[in-house]
Design a protein around this ligand. Sequence first.
Ligand code: ADP
Length: 267
Amino acid sequence: KAPDPAIEEIKQKMTSVKHKILVLSGKGGVGKSTFSAHLSHALASDSSKEVALLDVDICGPSIPKIMGLEGEQVHQSGSGWSPVYVEDNLAVMSIGFLLSSPDDAVIWRGPKKNGMIKQFLRDVDWGEVDYLIVDTPPGTSDEHLSIVQYLSGAGIDGAVIITTPQEVSLQDVRKEIRFCKKVNLPILGVIENMSGFVCPKCKNTSQIFPPTTGGAQRMCEELNLPLLGRIPLDPRIGKSCDEGKSFLTEVPDSPAAAAYQSIVQKI
Ligand code: ADP
C-alpha cells in the first residue's frame, strides 16, 4: 500500500511544533479532558511559551466547554484554519468549533474521523508552538491509531496516561500501556486523578475510591513507569470546568493547583 502523502505534509507542518504530547485514559470520566485543559493552562502560564490544545475526541468534544469557548467558530485564513485563542499564547482546536450547536451529535465511522484528524494536523494554522497537547477519546480506538500514524514522521514526545485510584480504571490503564508499546509510543508517565479528597473544612484527606491508597504507584513501580503526580478530588475543579474557567487561576492556593504546578515541572 502506498504511504499516505498526508504523513509527509503533516511532518512539514509539525516542524514548527517542538513538543507533542498525547493525553490518554483507559476509561471515560476519569478527568482526561480536565487534565488536558489544565496542563495547557499551566504550561501557558509561562508567557514565553506558545501552547496549543487539540481535541480529537471527535464524538464527545468537551474541550470547548472546559476552556470557556462554547459557541466559538474556527475561521478559514489564507494558510488554513485558525484556531481559537484563549490567551495570546494558548490556541485551541476542536471539532466542537465546527458544529452549529453543542448538542449536535457527530456520528461518524472510522475513515471520516481519520480524515478530520488529518485536517486538524495538516490544515490548522498552528504557527510556532512549544507544546501541542492532544486530548484523545477514552480507550484505544481509530482516533488513537490515526493520530499516532499521522504524527509518526513528525515525532511524538509521548503519552501521559490518566487514571483514578480505582482498580477498574487501573486495569484499563494496563491495556493503554500495551497499546503504547505496540505502536512504539513512549509513555511520559501516569497521573492519578481524583486521588483522595481534601476536606476544605478539616483539611484531612479521605479516600473516595478503593483501593484506599497507592494503587497507581504500585502499578507504576511494577511496570517501571513514572507516576507524574496525584491530583486530589476537589469539587471546585468541576465548578470551574462548568464555568469554562481555569481552576489554576480560580483556586491557585489549593492542593490540586499545587499538584498541577509540580506536574508541569516534570513534562
Ligand atoms: P474524561 O475526559 O476522562 O471523560 P472529564 O475531564 O470530562 O473526564 O472529567 C469528568 C468529570 O469529573 C467532569 O465533570 C470534571 O469536572 C470532573 N473532574 C475531573 N477531575 C476532577 C478532580 N480532580 N476533582 C473533581 N472533579 C474532577
